[in-house]
Ligand binder design. Structure first.
Ligand SMILES: Cc1cc2nc3c(=O)[nH]c(=O)nc-3n(C[C@H](O)[C@H](O)[C@H](O)COP(=O)(O)OP(=O)(O)OC[C@H]3O[C@@H](n4cnc5c(N)ncnc54)[C@H](O)[C@@H]3O)c2cc1C
Length: 813
């Protein structure tokens, strides 16, 4: 075994082998994979080997499509058969709601280049002879489904990597990992030590244990999973003989089942409700090529549905039941990327669909390591989407929930209950008493809307029970004043003598003067967005050490801190702290917002003294606060930042002061409706690391000519010169009972040309609004657009001027 390597990959399952292959293919050949046993000694060997392109997140779907396209290449390069059978498949809907969901999937597939088609249940039964069409209302055909040989694929990755110069050391168990003072990693094994620049944790079933070696508690947990294999079935033999083809894959969402042909019989796997965690706290090191005891009682309810939906199963025997463990993150997507605070330590774990996702994970990780960027939008699988709040017990609750709902519909207005409430703010109970219905962001409970007694969220793809109540919240803001809780923002404090210069390099905007704020896009080297913030200069004008307050997307706190910390100077001249819930937030907005604020403070909040984008420390009642005159509602408004011990006091003062003018509470659904009529985008929806500032319409906040050489400046200048490829646009959609959710296809002149990022109903303007990207060549054409909602195309018109307050008269008044 070599003593030094550029990269050590820990784990020879399908994921580790894919990472190794991709590193070598990308030109890093001084790389070694360490496997404690034979390759495939974790969850990989007993997988059912199914693969498919569909994923809830379009960017993960793209990487799944890439994974499937890769198998031919690794087979050719390695000479190792992968056993790929690209049979195609059907996704079956037993209810209309499921069919609506599938229509959304098809729409997404259109711009992802995934060839999907809605078909009738009868057509599905003609493609897959075991289906009882009476049990279904429709289906979707996917030509890119199939299955493969898990061991063959893993060995093909490893052999191809070896051919390119990578090394594989089997029977080499990593026992400890220690960071040296010079930043290199000592990877200590039962056979000696390798010193490496980078370490990748692809430990699969043991990813937690490998993480613990460096003090990391990863939110992953293994679940038991069963599939059965039948005896040979005459129906299968007949079909094979008649058509000369295999029986295609089927996913039966309502039965939470998947099935495919396995030799002369069928394989049926279940995601049962009564699921079971495996090795809750610690995975035993002596677990290897063994299977777990099957428990047919646990999957009996699923099988009952399966046998009804696919009646031929009733006449066949079960040859074998496989029960094996594999790991999940709380939301079921992989955990990939560099780990904040551990330079050179990477993870590629929690991959629950290794044969659909392993290639994409390897590609993203190798790009990231070698080029400094994953090369794709992989937010949905970035390890940084979780923070310390994703504790072991939280992970346990969420993974079990996710497993039991693996194929369940999640409606756009549906909030899942497990692991909640986790983080709450001091006004949580007060707002609950007012009828708050809660969602969750980065572990924190967030008020979505306020329901009158007895009114519940009815889960639907269409406008629902909250519609009229959200409309009232919007009316309270636009007609007078509303109050909302905004604690879910990420908040950062930046101080130190080097703070101003550092921010000037990190952020693309011009730095504001003391007492002022600005919108602040942050770019990567390639000139694309990696953040958008509000930056406030809160230092005293004459202070040597400046002080800055930065607010940004709450869900991206860990993501942004990883980026900030990786770029901090090492001389201690800049300090940055993520304030989390050390600072909570309230906001008031609407034409009467100033009147309310003036009642609770002695500070002069007149427009002259406290204009738009001003920021100051202001006492609200007895509570010391930081107040910024800005509002995401696009109205006259204020964001109020307050330490949690004062939040209730500040809240009470504002509510009492607002009583006279009829202050109302509003939640994030109303906020969405309000920001849409201002064409305001937001992080993780309109603003993501695949768009440039010009494309995203944030170029007006980029100080292209500022002196500081901000990150991404050169590329941003090039984008400005060349014009980028895309444009973010707001559309008014001719929708009547269902609005866009996000990820729908945008058509132009009869062809799919773009995608929706978000939208909804703008209650004040009384319009259905969608935001999305289209090629710049057509972005200024007012007509010819259509947006697909639930399988139906609706005429859409580009709305360039905001529907509300286009001349900023309200906001700046
Ligand atoms: C019953 C069942 C059916 C499944 N069906 C499918 C399917 O149809 N399609 C699909 O895509 N996925 C399926 N899966 C999931 C799939 O198996 C996983 O996604 C995949 O195996 C994950 O691979 P991995 O490389 O991350 O982890 P693992 O396969 O667990 O590999 C981790 C490897 O790391 C090694 N290792 C760990 N710690 C150390 C250490 N300290 N030193 C050295 N080596 C170490 C282990 O020995 C192991 O070989 C199924 C899983 C099960 C259990």
């Amino acid at each position: 075994m070599k003593s030094h390597a550029k990269v050590v990959v820990i784990g020879g399952g399908v994921v580790g082998c894919s990472v190794l292959f991709h590193l070598a293919r990308h030109g890093w050949t001084d790389v070694v994979l360490l496997e404690r046993d034979e390759l495939t000694s974790g969850s990989t060997w007993h997988a059912a080997g199914g693969m498919h392109t569909i994923n809830g997140d379009p960017n993960v779907a793209k990487l799944q499509k890439y994974t499937i396209s890769l198998y031919k290449e690794i087979e050719e390069l390695s000479g190792q058969a992968t056993g790929v059978h690209l049979t195609g498949g059907v996704l079956l809907a037993a209810t209309e709601a499921r069919l609506d969901w599938l229509r959304g999937v098809v729409s997404k597939g259109r711009y992802l280049g995934i060839d999907l088609e809605v078909i009738s249940a009868k057509e599905a039964a003609e493609l897959m002879p075991l289906i009882d069409p009476k049990q279904f209302v429709g289906a979707v055909r996917n030509k890119e489904d199939g299955h493969l040989d898990p061991s063959g694929v893993t060995h093909a990755y490893a052999k191809a990597a070896r051919k390119l110069g990578a090394e594989v050391e089997r029977f080499t168990k990593v026992e400890d990992i220690v960071r040296r003072p010079d930043g290199l990693w000592r990877v200590i094994t039962n056979k000696g030590e390798v010193v490496a620049e980078h370490v990748v944790n692809a430990g699969g079933l043991w990813a937690r244990e490998v993480g613990r070696m460096v003090g990391l508690e990863l939110p992953v947990l293994a679940m038991e999973h069963m599939y059965l294999i039948t005896e040979d079935m005459p129906e299968v033999a007949d079909w094979n003989k008649k058509t000369g083809t295999e029986i295609i894959h089927a996913v039966d969402f309502d039965g939470e089942l998947y099935l495919r042909q396995e030799r002369g019989g069928m394989l049926m796997g279940t995601y049962e409700k009564a699921n079971k965690v495996w090795s809750e706290f610690q995975t035993p090191w002596n677990f290897g090529h063994e299977l777990l005891e099957p428990d047919i009682d646990r999957i009996a309810p699923s099988l009952e549905v399966g046998f009804r939906h696919f009646p031929a199963f009733q006449n066949t025997g079960i040859k074998q039941i496989i029960n094996g463990p594999f790991t999940f993150a709380p939301d079921g997507n992989p955990l990939v990327g560099p780990v904040r605070g551990l330079p050179g330590f990477w993870v590629a774990c929690g991959v629950m669909a290794g044969f659909s996702q392993g290639g994409g994970v390897g590609l993203a990780l190798s790009n990231w390591m070698i080029e400094g960027d994953p090369g794709a939008d992989i937010w949905a699988m970035d390890v940084a989407r979780y923070g310390d709040w994703a504790t072991m017990a939280y992970t346990n609750a969420k993974v079990r929930e996710n497993y039991s709902r693996r194929f369940s519909i999640r409606f756009p207005n549906e909030e899942l209950p497990a692991g909640r409430p986790l983080k709450t703010t001091p006004v949580y109970d007060t707002l609950s008493a007012k009828g708050a219905r809660w969602g969750v962001a980065y572990g924190l409970e967030v008020p979505l809307w306020y329901a009158p007694e007895g009114v519940k969220d009815e889960f639907s793809w269409r406008r629902s029970s909250d519609f009229d109540h959200v409309a009232k919240e919007v009316a309270a803001v636009r007609g007078g004043v509303g109050l909302s809780e905004i604690s879910s923002f990420a908040k950062y404090k930046v101080t130190g003598e080097g703070a101003a210069a550092w921010l000037d390099r990190m952020l693309a905007c011009k730095l504001p003067k003391p007492g002022r704020m600005t919108l602040a896009p942050m770019l990567k080297e390639d000139g694309r967005l990696i953040g958008d913030f509000t930056l406030a200069n809160v230092g005293a004008p004459d202070a040597r050490d400046s002080e800055w307050f930065v607010a940004g997307s709450g869900v991206a706190e860990q993501y942004h801190m990883r980026w900030f910390e990786a770029h901090l100077p090492t001389d201690g001249s800049v300090r940055i702290e993520a304030l989390g819930q050390k600072l909570t937030g309230l906001a008031i907005a609407g034409p009467k917002a100033r009147e309310v604020l003036a009642k609770v403070t002695r500070a002069d909040v007149s427009n002259a003294a406290f204009p738009f984008m001003a920021v100051a420390r202001v006492d609200i009642g007895m509570a010391p606060c930081l107040v910024g005159r800005v509002s995401y509602t696009g109205d006259l408004g204020y964001e109020i930042w307050v330490a949690p011990e004062y939040q209730r006091t500040a809240y009470q003062a504002l509510i009492e002061a607002g009583e006279e003018v009829g202050i109302g509470l509003f939640g994030s659904r109303a906020l969405n409706a309000l920001r849409l009529e201002k064409n305001y985008g937001s992080w993780a929806r309109e603003y993501r690391p695949i768009y440039g500032p010009l494309e995203a319409g944030l170029d007006r906040f980029v100080a292209y000519d500022k002196e500081a050489d901000f990150i991404g400046k050169e590329a941003a200048l090039a984008e400005r010169k060349q014009g980028g490829k895309l444009r973010l646009r707001a559309f008014i959609v001719g929708a009547t009972d269902a609005d866009v959710i996000g990820d729908e296809a945008i058509w132009h002149d009869g062809a799919v040309r773009g995608w929706v990022t978000s939208g909804g109903y703008a209650h004040h303007a009384k319009k259905s609004v969608a935001m999305g990207y289209v090629p710049k060549e057509i972005a200024d054409e007012p007509d010819g657009f259509e947006i697909e909602i639930l399988g139906k195309r609706h005429a859409a018109r580009v709305q360039t001027a905001p529907l509300f307050d286009a001349n900023f008269e309200r906001m700046r008044a």
